[in-house]
Design a binder for this molecule. Structure first.
Ligand SMILES: Cc1cc2nc3c(=O)[nH]c(=O)nc-3n(C[C@H](O)[C@H](O)[C@H](O)COP(=O)(O)O)c2cc1C
Length: 299
C-alpha cells in the first residue's frame, strides 16, 4: 500500500516495472514470480515484421554488467497481438507495449494496430535500440526524435512514452524534443554501446561485434541523465539502468524518477522484484517517509 503510486493517471501498485526485453511478454515471469508483484510490464519491443535477431552469441558478461546484441528478435506485431498479448489481459498489472520501427510510418502502423486494444495502458517508443542495423538510433538525433513522437502522437489515443538512448552528448536536448512532440513520459536509459574482445582467441565475443551495456556499470550514467532531465523538464520518467537492490532504486527515486524499471538485474537475481519492493517499504517505514516525500528530494 505504501508503494502505490499514480503514473500517467493510472494506479500502479508499486513504482516497479519490468524493463523491455527482460521478461519477453511476461508469461514465464508470471508463473515464477507473479505479474501482480509489479506495477507494470513493458513488453519486449515489437516490430511490424518478425525479426530473427542478431547472430549468436548475443550476450556476454563484462565487469559490473553485461553486453547484449539481441537485435530486437520478436515475432512481429500480428503474432504478438494474437499469441502473446491476450495472456497479459488477464493480469492486474499495467501493460506498456514497446514498439520500434525503421521509419515513422512503421511506428504509426504499429500504433494504429494497438490503439483499439483497451487493456494496453501506454505505448513505449523504443527510439534507442543499439543493436539493429540502422544508421543511427532515432533518439540520437533530436529532430528525428521529434518526428517519430509527433507522428505517433497524431494517431494514437494511448499515453506515449519515448525511450531514449544514453549514446548522446546532450540527453536533455533530445528529451525536450520528445516532450515538445507530445511524449507523455520518458524512459531512460537504454543500453550504452560497447564491445568485448577475447584476447586469447583474438576475436570479438558477440556475433554482432557491438552490443549494449547494461547493469550496475551504467547506473551512474542513468542517474545523471534522469537528474539532468528532471531538473530541466516537467515530465514523468521511468528510470532504467543498473537497479540491483532497493538502494539503487532509491538513487533514482531521490533524483526524481516516477517509476523504476528492473532490467538485467533480474537475470542475476530472480527475487529482485520482491527484494526491491520489500526493501523500499522498509526504508520508507524506518524513515517515516512516503514515496512522495523522497521522490525528487535531491532536485
Ligand atoms: C537482454 C536484453 C534485451 C533488451 N531488449 C530491449 C528491448 O527489446 N527494447 C528496449 O527498449 N530495451 C531493451 N533492453 C534494454 C533494457 O530495457 C534497459 O533499458 C537496459 O538494459 C538498462 O537497464 P539495466 O541496466 O537494468 O539492464 C534490453 C536489455 C537487455 C539486457
Amino acid at each position: 500500500m505504501a508503494l502505490s503510486t499514480l503514473f500517467l493517471g493510472k494506479r500502479f501498485r508499486n513504482p516497479i516495472v519490468l524493463a523491455s526485453g527482460i521478461v519477453g511478454y511476461g508469461k514465464k515471469f508470471d508463473e515464477e514470480v507473479g505479474l501482480d508483484k509489479v506495477g507494470g510490464i513493458i513488453t519486449k519491443t515489437v516490430t511490424a515484421l518478425p525479426r530473427p535477431g542478431n547472430p549468436l552469441p548475443r550476450v556476454a558478461e563484462v565487469d559490473s554488467g553485461m553486453l547484449n546484441s539481441i537485435g530486437l528478435a520478436n515475432p512481429g506485431i500480428d503474432k504478438f497481438i494474437s499469441d502473446q498479448l491476450p495472456y497479459l489481459q488477464e493480469h492486474k498489472t499495467n501493460i506498456i507495449v514497446s514498439i520500434a520501427g525503421g521509419t515513422s510510418e512503421e511506428l504509426v502502423h504499429l500504433a494504429l494496430l494497438l490503439d483499439n486494444i483497451e487493456y494496453i495502458d501506454a505505448l513505449e517508443l523504443n527510439l534507442s535500440c543499439p543493436n539493429v542495423a540502422i544508421k543511427m538510433q532515432t533518439s540520437q538525433d533530436p529532430r528525428e526524435t521529434f518526428r517519430a513522437v509527433d507522428a505517433v502522437k497524431a494517431v494514437t489515443r494511448k499515453q506515449l512514452i519515448a525511450k531514449l538512448s544514453p549514446n548522446v552528448s546532450d540527453v536533455v536536448e533530445v528529451a525536450r524534443k520528445a516532450v515538445e512532440a507530445g511524449a507523455d513520459a520518458l524512459s531512460l536509459i537504454n543500453t550504452l554501446g560497447g564491445i568485448k574482445v577475447d584476447p586469447v582467441l583474438r576475436k570479438f565475443v558477440l556475433g554482432n561485434v557491438t552490443g549494449g551495456l547494461s547493469g550496475p556499470a551504467i547506473r551512474p550514467v542513468g542517474v545523471k541523465m534522469v537528474y539532468d532531465i528532471k531538473k530541466e523538464l516537467d515530465i514523468p520518467v521511468i528510470a532504467h539502468g543498473g537497479i540491483v537492490d532497493q538502494w539503487s532504486a532509491l538513487e533514482y527515486l531521490l533524483v526524481g524518477a516516477d517509476l523504476i524499471a528492473l532490467g538485467s538485474g533480474l537475470f542475476k537475481n530472480p527475487d529482485l522484484t520482491e527484494e526491491v519492493s520489500a526493501g523500499l517499504e522498509k526504508y520508507l517505514h524506518e524513515n517515516g517517509a512516503t514515496l512522495a516525500d523522497i521522490r525528487g528530494e535531491l532536485l
